[in-house]
Structures are given as structure tokens and as C-alpha cells.
Design a protein around this ligand. Structure first.
Ligand code: VAH
Length: 318
């Protein structure tokens, strides 16, 4: 019987939707408490284990859930993403930063371990673009990136000051087939699959040569659990590790899809806000620190991810 009692915040989001069943499979349904600001009825896991309505901007509510369930591990996913953040920076700060402070403070006394999803968005225009090093300068120009750099620094502080076991990953754009992403700059890499299967054509909001690293959901999930179970003695860059799996542009993703759907067409109508965010991010990441410190080794590349996405979505989209 697992001793883990896990709380997942933001469980209704793109990653949370798949992390909840993944962790319940690993540790048992009663060992994983899903939580969110609201219930999405379409979430399959709602009646398959404990769920709490939880607003992370209310500190007392977090402590109450930790006490009620005897939580000892938190996967803190609740966050606004980059494009949404540029429309309302103040709300992003309230959720991404004040929400994180509330989680850290609620975790401090019970000494909960925490997984913190950072992002490649921590890097800005003055970091090396190609194979951005783990220790490159992090001076982002999006409020989302600012919240992730600040979050990394705060997590390191709570680890050093209070001994909290906090670990994080700088995720690239997440590609998945269970829940749609919401408000991200990399959302095109998911939308394009639905458009290819439904309409046979896609209007992309980023330039065809915008290179951004991506990662397929199975690697997102396995990487998070692998990091949380890694020997802490070996973790130099605990908050947070560069991880990557697929370096791709919209044009390259389109060409890979076209191998499976020959009649598929694409055109480009650039969204200046998301293009500016994408232009400020790395073209590709160096994830050698993750590979050497805890044996990060993603399984999916562009070809295998595309094939799996189409296999799954073609059954969902009739
Ligand atoms: C976003 N999907 O687009 C997120 C992610 C690296 C991108 O952080 O905002």
C-alpha cells in the first residue's frame, strides 16, 4: 500500500486531466486527490476517486484539504498560460504567484513534497536560442515567463530555508489528445491535429518557421513522476530542469501530418501577441542536466507522436 497521499491542483487542465488517472493507476485511486476551481463534467476521473473544489488563491482552503486528506505530496498544476497572461497580467500574477505562495506556505508545516511545472518560457530574447543551456540567463519578456522564473526562485528558497522537497521541470509545449490546452502560445501544435481530421485545413497563428520545443503527454507524465521519485542527492538543478523531446516548426509539423493526410492544407494568419512570445523563447533546449542528474529519456519523437495522436484522435473525431 502506497504511503503517498497526493493532491493535484489544476486537475481539470490539459496536464491534470491525464495526470490524475496516471497517478491513480500508480498509487491507487484513494491516494490521489484531484482538485480544481470548478468541475468539468466531461472529466472522466471525477467519480473515480476523491475530488475537492479548491481555489488556490484562498490559503485556508488549501490547508483544510491537506489536513482532511493527510496530503504529503502536491503536484501544483494550477496556472494561467502565456497568451492568456498577456491579456490580463495582474490576474496571472494572482493565480500563478500568489497561488504558489499559498501552496508553499500550506505545505511548509506538514512538509509536503511539491512538483512545480516551470516552462521554457523562463528564457527571454537574450538567452542562446539554439540548445539553450540549463544555466542560461532567465530574463523573460512575458508575464507568464516572469511568473515561472519567480516561481523557480521561490521554490529554491523554500527548499533552502525550510527544507521543503520541491522539484520542477521546464516543460516545452505540451501535445496531448485528452484535453485541449487553454491560452498557450504552443496550442497550435494540438489544434492542428483536430483541424486536419475535421476540416482538412488549418489556419496557423504562428509563422511557419517558428521553432519551439514540444513534448508528448506520455513523456510529460513519466518525466514528472520519475523526477519526484529520483534520489534527491543527485539533483543539482531541482528548480527547474530543462526538458525537451521534439524540436519542431509549424511547417515541419504540417509536413509530418501530410504524410498521413495527403489532402491536408495550411495557411498562416499571424497572431502578433503569440508570435512575439514565441520569438522570445528558445528554438531548442539543452536538457543534458536532466539526462545526467535523474536519467531523463523521452520516448516520443515527431514521427511517433504524430502517429499516436492521429490514432487516438481519429477514433474520437468521427
Ligand atoms: C504556453 N503551453 O504556451 C504553454 C507552455 C512552453 C509553452 O508553457 O504558454
Amino acid at each position: 500500500m502506497s504511503k503517498k497521499k497526493i493532491l493535484i491542483t489544476g486537475a481539470m487542465g490539459q496536464i491534470g486531466t491525464e495526470l490524475v488517472p496516471y497517478l491513480r493507476e500508480l498509487y491507487g485511486p484513494d491516494h490521489v486527490v484531484a482538485s480544481g476551481r470548478r468541475i468539468k463534467p466531461e472529466c472522466s476521473f471525477i467519480d473515480q476517486g476523491p475530488f475537492e473544489l479548491l481555489d488556490i488563491t484562498k490559503p485556508g482552503d488549501i490547508s483544510a484539504v491537506i489536513r482532511k486528506h493527510g496530503i504529503n505530496t502536491i503536484y501544483h498544476l494550477a496556472s494561467l498560460l502565456s497568451a492568456t497572461g498577456e491579456e490580463d497580467p495582474q490576474t496571472l500574477w494572482e493565480i500563478n504567484m500568489n497561488g504558489l505562495v499559498n501552496i508553499l506556505e500550506a505545505a511548509r508545516e506538514p512538509q509536503c513534497s511539491i512538483f512545480f511545472p516551470s516552462s521554457i518560457a523562463v528564457f527571454g530574447p537574450d538567452a542562446p536560442k539554439v540548445k539553450t543551456p540549463q544555466d542560461a540567463l532567465t530574463r523573460p519578456t512575458s508575464i507568464y515567463g516572469v511568473s515561472k522564473v519567480s516561481g523557480e526562485l521561490l521554490c529554491d528558497y523554500y527548499h533552502l530555508k525550510y527544507g521543503l522537497d520541491i522539484r520542477g521541470l521546464r516543460y516545452p509545449g505540451v501535445i496531448s489528445n485528452a484535453a485541449l490546452p487553454g491560452g498557450g502560445t504552443t496550442d497550435y501544435a494540438v489544434h492542428i491535429f483536430y483541424a486536419a481530421l475535421r476540416e482538412g485545413r488549418y489556419t496557423c497563428f504562428l509563422k511557419e518557421d517558428s521553432s519551439i520545443d514540444m513534448i508528448y503527454m506520455p513523456d510529460v507524465l513519466e518525466g514528472a513522476v520519475q523526477l519526484m521519485n529520483a534520489d534527491p542527492a543527485g539533483l543539482v538543478h531541482r528548480n527547474a530542469f530543462n526538458v525537451s523531446a521534439i524540436t519542431v516548426t509549424p511547417a515541419e509539423l504540417y509536413r509530418e501530418l501530410k504524410k498521413h493526410i495527403p489532402e491536408f492544407t495550411i495557411n498562416y494568419e499571424i497572431d502578433p501577441v503569440r508570435q512575439a512570445i514565441a520569438d522570445s523563447w528558445p528554438d531548442s533546449l539543452d536538457d543534458s542536466a536532466a539526462r545526467s542528474e535523474w536519467k531523463w529519456n523521452p520516448k516520443y519523437n515527431l514521427e511517433t507522436m504524430t502517429r499516436d495522436m492521429l490514432d487516438v484522435l481519429s477514433k474520437k473525431i468521427r
